[in-house]
Write a protein that binds this ligand. Sequence first.
Ligand code: AGP
Length: 608
Amino acid sequence: MCGIIGYTGEKSGLDIVLQGLEALEYRGYDSAGLAVIENGEGKVFKQVGRVAGLRQVVNGQELAAHLAIGHTRWATHGRVTIQNAHPQVNSEQTIFVVHNGIIENFGELRDKLVANGYTFISETDTEVVPNLIDFYLKQLDSFKAAFEAALNDIHGAYSIVAISAHDPETLYAARLSSPLVIGVGENENFLASDPSAIIEHTKKVIYLEDYDVAVITKSDVKIHNLKQNTTPEPKVELIDYDNEEALLGDFPNFMFKEITETPAAIRSASLGRALADKNLVKLGGLESVIGQLKYIDRIVIVAMGTSYYAGLVGEYLIEELAGIPVEVQLASEFNYRNEPFSRSTALLAISQSGETADTIAALKKVEDYGVLRLGIVNAVGSTIARMTDAGVYCHAGPEKAVASTKAFIAQVTVLMLIALNLSKGRSKRFKPLLEELDVLPAKAQAILDQVENIKNIAEKYADYRDFLFIGRHNSFPAALEGALKLKEISYMHAEGYAAGEMKHGPLAMIDENFPTFAIATNSPLLDKTLSNIQEIRARKGPVVALATEGNESIKELCDDVIYIPNTEPETQPILQVIAMQLFAYYIAMKRGYDVDRPRNLAKSVTVE
Ligand code: AGP
C-alpha cells in the first residue's frame, strides 16, 4: 500500500531516498515525504501528490545528510493532506517515522499520550509512533529500548522505520505483517518496502520476518526478534532480477511494457519445467512435498482480484487434467467461513506480490489445521512465499503497473504446469499441452503484433459507460478478468458474466448504449455463444467478438472482431486475456487516465 525507503551511509541520503520513492510510487501515490538528519538536526519535506512534486519542494536544498527515510502514501487513516503525509514526527521534532500498515489501537495510545502532555497535528494512526518512542525515551536508557517498548504497545500490522536526531547514523526498523527488506551495501545500508527501490544500489537483501526489529548503521545490521526474543544471524539473499527489468526504458508506461512481456512471462514460467522432449513437467518447488501431494484429494485455491481469476482458470485445468476437485474462493471470504477442511485438502494461495493481507490471513487461518499450504507467487522472498510449505514462483519479473497483466499470464501457465505435474503424465493431454507451451509465446507475440487493430477497435468504445464481458467454460473466468482490467484502469462499469446467464437477467441491460465483449473463440460451445451474440444484437446491443483466426463468418454477426491465433482449449484463456488487456489499455489511454496508477488503487493491498 505505502512505499518506504531508508538510507544510512556515506552518500547523499536525499538523492537516494528520492530515487527510491520514484521506484516505489506504484505502491501508493496520494502524497510523499522524506526526513533527513544533518548535523544532529532533523529536516522534513512533504508534498501531496506524486514524488515529482516532492522533488520540486526539495530542489536546491544543499543537504549533506547521510541518514534519510522516505515514504509514498496510500491513505488509510486520514485525508490526503500534507499534515497526514509521512514522515510523522514527535511533538519535539526529534524523532521521524514512516509506516506502512494499520495501528488498530492508535486511539487508546493517542489518549494515553495526550494525557501525558503530547499534542497531535495529523489524523493518522502513525503519529502515535514517534510520540510513543519519545515517551519511552524519557524513561529508558537507549533509543532501541524505547523503540522496542513502543512496538510492544502497538497492535496491528506494520513496517515501521524511525530515525532520530538523538542517533544520527542509525536506522531503526520493525516488521509485522507488512513487507520490509534491508539492502546490504558497501559501507552503506538501505531499507525498502520492496527490493525494486534499492536494486540499483545492491542485489544483496535481508528479508525481515514478523516481529523482527533491526538496528542498522552503514557498517552493521543487528536483528532482534521481539516475539522469540532471539537475535537471528541476518540471512543475506540475492534479488532474482536485474535493475533494467524494474525500469521503464522507452515504454510509455509500465502497463504497456508488462503486456509486451507476456510472451516472455510464458517462457520464463515454463523454462526448465515444461520438458516436452522428455514428456515431463519438473517443478522443483514442489519436490519437498511430493509425498504429501499423493494424499491430496481436494484443493482450495485462495486469492484476490486478478489472482483469483487465474485461480478460476486453474480450477478447470487441475480438475480436467489431474482429476482433483478444486474450489476457488476469494481469500477475504474464505477467512470468515466455518467450512469443513479435511487434512487431505491442500490450500493453494496465488499472489503476484506475495503481500496481499487477505491471502496472508487465509494461510494463517489454516496454520493449525496441519494441512499442506502451497503458493504460486511472483515476488521472490515475499511473505506468502515464505509462509507456504512449498510453491512455484512465476518468474515474470517485477510487475509495477497496478493492473496485473504478465503476472496473470504467468500464473495460469504455472497452474497448467501444476495440473500436468499432478496428473503424473496420465492425462492424454500431457504431450499436446507441453508442445503447445513451446509455441504459445509466439502466438502471444502475434497478438501484440496487431496492437494497432486492437487500438482502433478499442477507441471506438472509449465513451461508453458500461461494458459486459461474456464467456463460457474456461473463458468465463477470462471474461471476469477482462472486465476487471477495463474497470480498474478506465473507471468504466464493466462486468463479466457466464454467457449462458444472459437470458437469466443480464439481457435486460442490453440496448444500443450497452456494448458486450463476447469471447467466441473456437470451442465445442461456440454455437451457444453465437446464439448469445444474436440475442444481444436483436436488442441493438453493440458486440465486439474475440474470435479464432479464420472464423470469417462471425464478422456478419458483430460490430467488431478481434482475432487471436488458434490454440489448445486449455491455453485459450492466456491468449484471450492478452487481447483483453490491450483492449482495456487503449480505452483507458483514450480516456486520458494514468494506466499505471489508477485512482483509489494500489499495487499491493497489504491491509484487509
Ligand atoms: C489486478 O489487476 C488488481 N490490481 C488486483 O486485483 C490484484 O490482482 C489483487 O490485489 C491481488 O494482488 P496479488 O496478486 O498481489 O495478491
